[in-house]
Design a protein. Structure first.
Length: 109
């Protein structure tokens, strides 16, 4: 009975989703990140940081403003989930480097 109250490492861990966003159609990108969030949730992760949710989109917003928001959120996490297209994205490569230097758990799609 007491085991029901014990949370697993995944349940406690906050994981950040990282992948290519720039240059892609917005609806397609939202769906890709939402799909990743659902898959992580099914694997037992409950604190999932999705940049398509926490970064507020504006037509005139500069890439530099987005990456600042993303890095600020990333450093509050314990792990990072790299989508399959991450290496094609300057921002995702930056996020990967930060996660690696901070010794995060790094998962790959």
């Amino acid at each position: 009975m007491w085991r029901q109250n014990v949370k697993t490492k995944k349940e406690k861990m906050k994981i950040y989703i990282s992948g290519k966003i720039s240059g892609l159609e917005r609806g397609q990108t939202i769906a890709k990140f939402q799909n990743a969030k659902k898959r992580l949730n099914l694997k037992g992760y409950y604190h999932i940081s999705n940049p398509m949710e926490f970064c507020k989109y504006k037509d005139d917003k500069m890439w530099e403003n987005y990456i600042v928001e993303c890095v600020a959120e990333l450093i509050t996490c314990d792990a990072i989930f790299m989508l399959s297209d991450w290496a094609q994205s300057r921002g995702a490569r930056i996020e990967y480097a930060i996660a690696k230097e901070l010794e995060f758990t790094i998962k790959f799609e």
